[in-house]
Design a protein around this ligand. Structure first.
Ligand SMILES: O=C(O)C1=C[C@@H](OP(=O)(O)O)[C@@H](O)[C@H](O)C1
Ligand SMILES: C=C(OP(=O)(O)O)C(=O)O
Length: 420
């Protein structure tokens, strides 16, 4: 299939209203796929996301002997043998952080060699802290550059009472070790070390998914989780809609003064990004400072929204946005300044957005580089709802987590000029 090079958004000139469902959660789908793959028996995952990131996870599990059927667009039927087998070739995981980090740790449960690799973007995303933590358990694992590819020469077992991990760069390292730990042969304490961790809510998602697949995990202190060596049992599991995807729809609603029914109340999500709802609801009076540390994937949405706010907004607690699919702080400041020079600036790892409500209705032709990052493409599309001339480069990159994004906006009344 050929990729669309660019897409220009035509401001709808009216409130966006109607029904628009976000897809299933990427974070929860990739946890459930792995846990179902580690279990013995058949699990049925419904409401799941089918996108690049979850396809990479499913393909990797198939390469390790798991049977995965896909009876419809939102269901995976996963049959595991209780063991992952060594794959014949390196696992290629694109730029899926969850799949890459989770499978690196799970590879320790394989008796044989697993090479975990990704695309050129993933090969720049750090995995050193996870690799180091695994090494302290005597697992033979190496990542020459501190980023993928990672080679794990597992024996199917590991010896550990305690694993210390710094989750400052990515909470996914912690989630990966927690999910691995239930496959051990004695109880393990996973202890967070280091100053800070990105969204702790992702750890809660992990422990909730583990419990749904029969694991016993308990938080014994603010920084320690005890995992019992239960392994996993097959389960039927419902994946909730994706809260990060929901942020674009919530923002589209307030920006256009519309009424979009997502089919799911904002307070029923268990994912960290649902916190963004209350912030978005304050528009056009967003706070002067927004701490993005506990809702990181919502920051691009909030930053583009901030451009239309009554007053400037400083985003803090977002340093690890520099090691996501791209350097998101740079991508946001670059894109906003392309619309109007001076609209955003970086101060260390903070992003300051100089709001300008008068942007609305202007003709400001700007080509926005997505940097192959779905969230940059999806958030700048919001600017195109109010400014004439916004063109998103590489719009197909939304396929990472929200393949129906452009169609979803179209169903609400947004039209495009296809530049190809
Ligand atoms: O655990 C997860 O599902 C995720 C954790 C976050 O990443 P980091 O932990 O790397 O910050 C988030 O940005 C990512 O989209 C999904
Ligand atoms: C950071 C993200 O993804 P991941 O780390 O799972 O690649 C994201 O989806 O915004």
């Amino acid at each position: 299939m050929t990729r669309t090079a660019k897409l220009t958004i035509i401001p709808p000139g009216k409130p966006l209203s109607g029904r628009a469902m976000p897809p299933g959660s990427k974070s929860i789908t990739n946890r459930a796929l792995l846990l179902a793959g580690l279990a013995k028996g058949t699990s049925r995952l419904t409401g799941a996301l089918k996108s690049d990131d979850t396809r990479y996870m499913a393909e990797a599990l198939r390469a390790m002997g798991v049977t995965i059927d896909e009876p419809d667009d939102t269901t995976f039927v996963v049959t595991g043998s209780g063991r992952l087998l060594p794959p014949k070739a390196p696992l290629f995981l694109g730029n899926a952080g969850t799949a890459t980090r989770f499978l690196t740790a799970a590879a320790a449960l394989v008796d044989g060699t697993v090479i975990v690799d990704g695309d050129e973007h993933m090969r720049k995303r750090p995995i050193g802290p996870l690799v180091e933590a695994m090494r302290t358990l005597g697992i033979d694992v190496s990542a020459e550059t501190g980023c993928p590819p990672v080679t794990v020469k597992g024996t199917g077992r590991f010896q550990a009472d305690r694993i210390r991990i710094d989750g400052g760069l990515s909470s996914q390292y912690v989630s990966a070790l927690l999910m691995m730990a239930a496959g051990g042969d004695r109880p393990v304490d996973i202890e967070l070390v280091g100053e800070d961790i990105g969204a702790l809510g992702y750890i809660d998602l992990t422990t909730a998914a583990m419990k749904a697949f029969g694991a016993k995990v308990e938080k014994t202190s603010p920084v320690i989780w005890r995992v019992e060596p239960t392994g996993y049992s097959a389960a039927d599991f419902i994946v909730e809609p994706d809260a990060s995807a929901a942020t674009y729809l919530w923002a589209a609603e307030v920006l256009t003064g519309g009424a979009i029914d997502l089919g799911v109340p904002s307070d029923t999500f268990s994912q960290p990004d649902a916190r963004a709802y209350d912030v978005i609801a304050k528009f056009p009076h967003l706070p002067a400072e927004i701490d993005g540390s506990q809702m990181q994937d919502a920051v691009p949405t909030l930053a583009v929204l901030a451009a239309f706010n009554q007053t400037p907004v400083r985003f803090v607690g977002i340093a690890n946005l520099r090691v996501k699919e791209c350097d998101r702080i740079r991508a946001l400041s670059t894109g906003l300044n392309r619309i109007v020079s001076g609209l955003a600036r970086e101060e260390g790892d903070d992003l300051i957005v100089e709001s300008d409500p008068a942007l609305v209705g202007q003709h400001l032709p700007a080509e926005i580089d997505s940097f192959a990052d779905h969230r940059i493409a999806m958030s700048f599309a919001l600017a195109g709802l109010k400014i004439d001339g916004i063109t998103i480069l590489d719009p197909d990159c939304v396929g990472k987590t929200f393949p129906a994004y452009w169609r979803t906006l179209a169903a609400l009344g947004v039209t495009y000029q296809d530049n190809d």
